[in-house]
Design a protein around this ligand. Structure first.
Ligand code: ATP
Length: 309
Protein backbone atom coordinates (compact mmCIF):
# COMPACT_ATOMS: atom_id res chain seq x y z
CA UNK A 1 0.00 0.00 0.00
CA UNK A 2 1.20 3.55 -0.76
CA UNK A 3 1.85 5.64 2.35
CA UNK A 4 0.92 9.29 1.90
CA UNK A 5 3.28 11.87 3.40
CA UNK A 6 1.14 14.60 4.99
CA UNK A 7 1.48 18.14 3.63
CA UNK A 8 3.20 20.75 5.81
CA UNK A 9 0.94 22.70 8.15
CA UNK A 10 1.24 26.45 8.78
CA UNK A 11 0.02 27.83 12.11
CA UNK A 12 -0.27 31.44 13.31
CA UNK A 13 0.48 32.12 16.97
CA UNK A 14 -0.70 35.39 18.57
CA UNK A 15 1.22 37.48 21.12
CA UNK A 16 -0.50 38.76 24.26
CA UNK A 17 -0.68 41.85 26.39
CA UNK A 18 -1.85 41.73 30.02
CA UNK A 19 -4.49 44.45 30.41
CA UNK A 20 -4.44 43.72 34.14
CA UNK A 21 -1.67 41.81 35.92
CA UNK A 22 -2.17 41.47 39.66
CA UNK A 23 0.66 39.59 41.39
CA UNK A 24 0.10 37.93 44.79
CA UNK A 25 2.78 37.05 47.35
CA UNK A 26 5.51 34.51 46.65
CA UNK A 27 4.12 31.00 47.32
CA UNK A 28 5.99 28.16 49.02
CA UNK A 29 6.42 26.47 45.60
CA UNK A 30 8.27 29.51 44.21
CA UNK A 31 5.35 30.74 42.07
CA UNK A 32 3.12 33.77 42.57
CA UNK A 33 -0.67 33.68 42.41
CA UNK A 34 -1.77 35.85 39.52
CA UNK A 35 -5.03 37.52 38.59
CA UNK A 36 -4.63 38.63 35.01
CA UNK A 37 -6.68 39.69 32.02
CA UNK A 38 -4.99 38.64 28.79
CA UNK A 39 -5.72 39.95 25.32
CA UNK A 40 -4.35 38.15 22.24
CA UNK A 41 -2.83 40.55 19.69
CA UNK A 42 -2.33 40.41 15.93
CA UNK A 43 1.46 40.70 16.27
CA UNK A 44 2.30 37.02 15.74
CA UNK A 45 4.73 34.24 14.87
CA UNK A 46 4.12 31.76 12.01
CA UNK A 47 5.19 28.13 12.34
CA UNK A 48 5.58 25.68 9.47
CA UNK A 49 5.56 22.04 10.49
CA UNK A 50 6.66 19.36 8.06
CA UNK A 51 7.36 15.61 8.37
CA UNK A 52 11.11 14.92 8.74
CA UNK A 53 13.58 12.17 9.62
CA UNK A 54 14.30 13.75 13.02
CA UNK A 55 13.11 16.60 15.25
CA UNK A 56 14.64 19.90 14.14
CA UNK A 57 13.85 23.55 14.89
CA UNK A 58 14.80 26.53 12.71
CA UNK A 59 14.15 30.15 13.66
CA UNK A 60 14.12 33.27 11.46
CA UNK A 61 12.86 36.83 11.91
CA UNK A 62 12.59 39.16 14.92
CA UNK A 63 15.32 38.30 17.50
CA UNK A 64 16.00 34.87 15.93
CA UNK A 65 19.62 34.84 17.12
CA UNK A 66 18.43 34.84 20.76
CA UNK A 67 16.17 31.82 20.34
CA UNK A 68 17.57 28.33 21.02
CA UNK A 69 17.03 25.61 18.42
CA UNK A 70 17.64 22.67 20.77
CA UNK A 71 15.51 20.89 23.38
CA UNK A 72 15.27 24.12 25.43
CA UNK A 73 13.03 25.64 22.74
CA UNK A 74 9.42 25.34 23.91
CA UNK A 75 8.31 23.99 20.52
CA UNK A 76 10.75 21.09 20.92
CA UNK A 77 9.19 20.32 24.31
CA UNK A 78 5.71 20.63 22.82
CA UNK A 79 6.57 18.16 20.06
CA UNK A 80 8.07 15.65 22.51
CA UNK A 81 5.08 15.95 24.88
CA UNK A 82 2.50 15.49 22.13
CA UNK A 83 4.41 12.62 20.48
CA UNK A 84 4.59 10.89 23.88
CA UNK A 85 0.82 11.30 24.34
CA UNK A 86 0.19 9.94 20.84
CA UNK A 87 2.67 7.04 21.26
CA UNK A 88 4.78 8.02 18.27
CA UNK A 89 8.22 9.54 17.54
CA UNK A 90 8.48 13.35 17.19
CA UNK A 91 9.72 13.31 13.60
CA UNK A 92 9.03 16.87 12.49
CA UNK A 93 10.84 19.93 11.21
CA UNK A 94 9.49 23.10 12.80
CA UNK A 95 10.36 26.43 11.16
CA UNK A 96 9.48 29.46 13.29
CA UNK A 97 9.17 32.89 11.63
CA UNK A 98 9.26 35.25 14.59
CA UNK A 99 7.34 38.53 14.65
CA UNK A 100 6.92 38.59 18.45
CA UNK A 101 9.88 40.17 20.30
CA UNK A 102 12.00 37.60 22.18
CA UNK A 103 12.01 37.99 26.00
CA UNK A 104 9.67 40.94 25.45
CA UNK A 105 6.86 40.15 27.90
CA UNK A 106 4.55 39.16 25.04
CA UNK A 107 4.75 35.38 25.55
CA UNK A 108 6.37 34.60 22.20
CA UNK A 109 7.82 31.27 23.29
CA UNK A 110 4.47 30.23 24.78
CA UNK A 111 2.69 31.24 21.56
CA UNK A 112 5.08 29.05 19.56
CA UNK A 113 4.46 26.11 21.91
CA UNK A 114 0.68 26.48 21.51
CA UNK A 115 1.07 26.71 17.73
CA UNK A 116 3.20 23.55 17.71
CA UNK A 117 0.47 21.65 19.61
CA UNK A 118 -2.24 22.82 17.19
CA UNK A 119 -0.06 22.14 14.14
CA UNK A 120 1.04 18.68 15.21
CA UNK A 121 -2.51 17.69 16.13
CA UNK A 122 -3.32 18.43 12.48
CA UNK A 123 -0.12 17.08 10.87
CA UNK A 124 -0.34 13.79 12.76
CA UNK A 125 -4.14 13.66 12.45
CA UNK A 126 -4.50 13.04 16.20
CA UNK A 127 -8.02 14.43 16.51
CA UNK A 128 -7.37 15.83 20.01
CA UNK A 129 -9.89 18.37 21.31
CA UNK A 130 -9.04 21.82 22.67
CA UNK A 131 -9.35 20.55 26.27
CA UNK A 132 -6.83 17.76 25.69
CA UNK A 133 -4.40 20.20 24.02
CA UNK A 134 -4.95 22.66 26.91
CA UNK A 135 -3.82 20.12 29.51
CA UNK A 136 -0.58 19.46 27.57
CA UNK A 137 -0.22 23.26 27.19
CA UNK A 138 -0.48 23.85 30.96
CA UNK A 139 2.46 21.48 31.56
CA UNK A 140 4.62 23.39 29.08
CA UNK A 141 4.19 26.82 30.72
CA UNK A 142 1.76 29.17 32.44
CA UNK A 143 1.08 31.31 29.35
CA UNK A 144 0.71 28.44 26.85
CA UNK A 145 -3.01 27.73 27.59
CA UNK A 146 -3.90 31.35 26.84
CA UNK A 147 -2.01 31.27 23.52
CA UNK A 148 -4.24 28.31 22.58
CA UNK A 149 -7.37 30.02 23.83
CA UNK A 150 -6.82 33.50 22.35
CA UNK A 151 -9.39 36.30 22.52
CA UNK A 152 -9.65 37.98 25.90
CA UNK A 153 -9.55 35.89 29.07
CA UNK A 154 -9.26 36.11 32.83
CA UNK A 155 -6.36 34.00 34.10
CA UNK A 156 -5.89 32.83 37.70
CA UNK A 157 -3.54 30.41 39.46
CA UNK A 158 -0.23 30.85 37.65
CA UNK A 159 -2.27 32.34 34.79
CA UNK A 160 -3.16 28.95 33.34
CA UNK A 161 -6.75 28.70 34.68
CA UNK A 162 -8.76 30.61 32.10
CA UNK A 163 -12.25 32.03 31.84
CA UNK A 164 -13.33 33.76 28.63
CA UNK A 165 -14.10 37.47 28.98
CA UNK A 166 -16.73 39.31 26.96
CA UNK A 167 -14.97 41.96 24.89
CA UNK A 168 -16.81 44.10 22.39
CA UNK A 169 -15.00 45.86 19.52
CA UNK A 170 -11.41 45.74 18.40
CA UNK A 171 -8.79 47.63 20.41
CA UNK A 172 -5.82 49.28 18.73
CA UNK A 173 -2.32 49.12 20.16
CA UNK A 174 1.16 50.46 19.55
CA UNK A 175 4.04 48.32 20.82
CA UNK A 176 7.43 49.83 21.60
CA UNK A 177 10.08 47.09 21.37
CA UNK A 178 13.15 47.54 23.59
CA UNK A 179 16.78 46.97 22.67
CA UNK A 180 17.36 44.06 25.07
CA UNK A 181 14.97 41.61 26.69
CA UNK A 182 14.13 41.12 30.37
CA UNK A 183 14.05 37.67 31.91
CA UNK A 184 10.67 36.96 33.49
CA UNK A 185 12.10 35.30 36.68
CA UNK A 186 14.39 38.30 37.31
CA UNK A 187 11.43 40.70 37.11
CA UNK A 188 9.44 38.62 39.64
CA UNK A 189 12.53 38.53 41.91
CA UNK A 190 12.82 42.32 41.66
CA UNK A 191 9.16 42.70 42.64
CA UNK A 192 9.74 40.45 45.69
CA UNK A 193 12.75 42.63 46.61
CA UNK A 194 10.75 45.86 46.23
CA UNK A 195 7.99 44.38 48.41
CA UNK A 196 10.52 43.42 51.12
CA UNK A 197 11.85 46.98 51.14
CA UNK A 198 8.55 48.83 51.05
CA UNK A 199 4.94 48.48 50.05
CA UNK A 200 4.52 49.22 46.35
CA UNK A 201 0.82 49.67 45.42
CA UNK A 202 -1.07 46.54 44.37
CA UNK A 203 -3.90 46.26 41.88
CA UNK A 204 -7.33 45.32 43.20
CA UNK A 205 -9.90 43.12 41.42
CA UNK A 206 -10.30 43.89 37.68
CA UNK A 207 -14.12 44.22 37.91
CA UNK A 208 -14.30 47.69 36.34
CA UNK A 209 -11.85 46.73 33.62
CA UNK A 210 -14.05 43.75 32.72
CA UNK A 211 -17.02 46.13 32.43
CA UNK A 212 -15.03 48.47 30.14
CA UNK A 213 -14.13 45.49 27.93
CA UNK A 214 -17.77 44.40 27.74
CA UNK A 215 -18.71 47.95 26.74
CA UNK A 216 -15.91 47.98 24.14
CA UNK A 217 -14.90 51.50 25.16
CA UNK A 218 -11.16 52.29 24.89
CA UNK A 219 -11.63 55.58 26.82
CA UNK A 220 -13.14 53.69 29.77
CA UNK A 221 -10.51 50.94 29.52
CA UNK A 222 -7.44 53.20 29.36
CA UNK A 223 -7.30 54.42 33.01
CA UNK A 224 -8.01 50.88 34.28
CA UNK A 225 -5.00 49.18 32.63
CA UNK A 226 -2.48 48.08 35.27
CA UNK A 227 0.48 45.81 35.89
CA UNK A 228 2.00 44.97 39.30
CA UNK A 229 5.22 43.93 37.53
CA UNK A 230 5.64 47.39 36.01
CA UNK A 231 7.43 48.86 39.07
CA UNK A 232 9.92 45.98 38.95
CA UNK A 233 10.49 46.27 35.19
CA UNK A 234 11.05 50.04 35.58
CA UNK A 235 13.43 49.44 38.46
CA UNK A 236 15.53 47.12 36.23
CA UNK A 237 15.19 49.32 33.13
CA UNK A 238 14.58 52.93 34.21
CA UNK A 239 14.72 54.13 30.58
CA UNK A 240 11.26 52.60 30.06
CA UNK A 241 9.78 55.60 31.93
CA UNK A 242 10.78 57.79 28.99
CA UNK A 243 9.22 55.35 26.53
CA UNK A 244 5.94 55.31 28.49
CA UNK A 245 5.87 59.13 28.69
CA UNK A 246 6.65 59.47 24.98
CA UNK A 247 3.77 57.18 23.92
CA UNK A 248 1.20 59.08 25.97
CA UNK A 249 2.76 62.38 24.79
CA UNK A 250 2.29 61.16 21.20
CA UNK A 251 -1.45 60.75 21.77
CA UNK A 252 -2.01 57.24 23.16
CA UNK A 253 -4.88 56.93 25.68
CA UNK A 254 -2.60 55.02 28.09
CA UNK A 255 0.61 53.01 28.17
CA UNK A 256 1.87 50.16 30.31
CA UNK A 257 4.66 47.63 30.44
CA UNK A 258 3.50 44.39 28.77
CA UNK A 259 3.76 41.45 31.19
CA UNK A 260 7.30 41.27 32.58
CA UNK A 261 8.49 43.77 29.93
CA UNK A 262 10.39 45.42 28.48
CA UNK A 263 7.89 45.92 25.61
CA UNK A 264 5.62 48.90 26.30
CA UNK A 265 2.02 48.69 25.02
CA UNK A 266 -0.03 51.80 24.23
CA UNK A 267 -3.81 51.74 23.86
CA UNK A 268 -5.05 54.10 21.13
CA UNK A 269 -8.48 55.44 20.25
CA UNK A 270 -8.60 54.18 16.64
CA UNK A 271 -6.43 52.41 14.07
CA UNK A 272 -5.54 55.79 12.53
CA UNK A 273 -4.52 57.13 15.95
CA UNK A 274 -2.32 54.06 16.46
CA UNK A 275 -0.55 54.65 13.15
CA UNK A 276 0.08 58.31 14.10
CA UNK A 277 1.35 57.39 17.60
CA UNK A 278 3.61 54.70 16.10
CA UNK A 279 5.13 57.18 13.64
CA UNK A 280 5.83 59.74 16.35
CA UNK A 281 7.26 57.14 18.75
CA UNK A 282 9.51 55.71 16.05
CA UNK A 283 11.03 59.17 15.58
CA UNK A 284 11.44 59.86 19.30
CA UNK A 285 14.44 57.57 19.81
CA UNK A 286 12.98 55.95 22.93
CA UNK A 287 12.86 52.34 21.71
CA UNK A 288 14.41 49.90 19.21
CA UNK A 289 11.38 49.65 16.95
CA UNK A 290 7.65 50.15 16.90
CA UNK A 291 4.71 47.97 15.77
CA UNK A 292 0.97 48.46 15.56
CA UNK A 293 -1.37 45.63 16.50
CA UNK A 294 -5.03 44.97 17.22
CA UNK A 295 -6.86 42.66 19.55
CA UNK A 296 -8.52 40.47 20.48
CA UNK A 297 -7.54 37.88 17.85
CA UNK A 298 -8.08 34.07 17.95
CA UNK A 299 -5.64 31.66 19.59
CA UNK A 300 -3.10 29.56 17.66
CA UNK A 301 -4.77 28.39 14.46
CA UNK A 302 -3.94 26.54 11.26
CA UNK A 303 -3.65 28.97 8.33
CA UNK A 304 -3.53 26.63 5.36
CA UNK A 305 -1.98 23.49 3.93
CA UNK A 306 0.91 24.01 1.58
CA UNK A 307 0.89 21.89 -1.57
CA UNK A 308 3.30 18.96 -1.50
CA UNK A 309 6.65 19.60 -3.19
P1 ATP B 1 6.62 35.56 28.98
O1 ATP B 1 5.93 36.85 28.71
O2 ATP B 1 5.82 34.33 28.64
O3 ATP B 1 7.26 35.45 30.30
P2 ATP B 1 8.58 36.52 27.13
O4 ATP B 1 7.65 36.93 26.05
O5 ATP B 1 9.15 37.59 27.99
O6 ATP B 1 7.86 35.44 28.00
P3 ATP B 1 9.86 34.70 25.32
O7 ATP B 1 10.02 35.41 24.03
O8 ATP B 1 8.78 33.69 25.42
O9 ATP B 1 9.76 35.73 26.52
O10 ATP B 1 11.27 34.02 25.61
C1 ATP B 1 11.86 33.86 26.87
C2 ATP B 1 13.09 32.96 26.69
O11 ATP B 1 12.64 31.67 26.32
C3 ATP B 1 14.01 33.42 25.56
O12 ATP B 1 15.04 34.19 26.07
C4 ATP B 1 14.49 32.12 24.93
O13 ATP B 1 15.78 31.79 25.36
C5 ATP B 1 13.54 31.03 25.42
N1 ATP B 1 12.74 30.39 24.35
C6 ATP B 1 12.47 29.10 24.25
N2 ATP B 1 11.69 28.82 23.19
C7 ATP B 1 11.45 29.98 22.57
C8 ATP B 1 10.71 30.35 21.41
N3 ATP B 1 10.07 29.45 20.66
N4 ATP B 1 10.66 31.65 21.09
C9 ATP B 1 11.29 32.57 21.86
N5 ATP B 1 12.03 32.28 22.93
C10 ATP B 1 12.11 30.99 23.31
Amino acid sequence: MLSVVPSPVVVRAPSKVNLHLGVGDLRADGYHDLTTVFQALSLSDDLRLAPAASLTVRVTGEGAAQVPTDRTNLVWQAAVALAHLAGRAPLVEIAIAKGIPVAGGMAGGSADAAAALVGLNELWDLGLGRDELASVAAELGSDVPFALHGGTALGTGRGEQLLPVLSRNTFHWVLALAKDGLSTPSVFRELDRLREEGDPPRLGHPQKLLQALAAGDPHALAPLLGNDLQAAALSLKPELRRTLRAGVGAGALAGLVSGSGPTCAFLCETEEAAIAVAAELAGAGVCRSVRTASGPVPGARVLDHEPQA
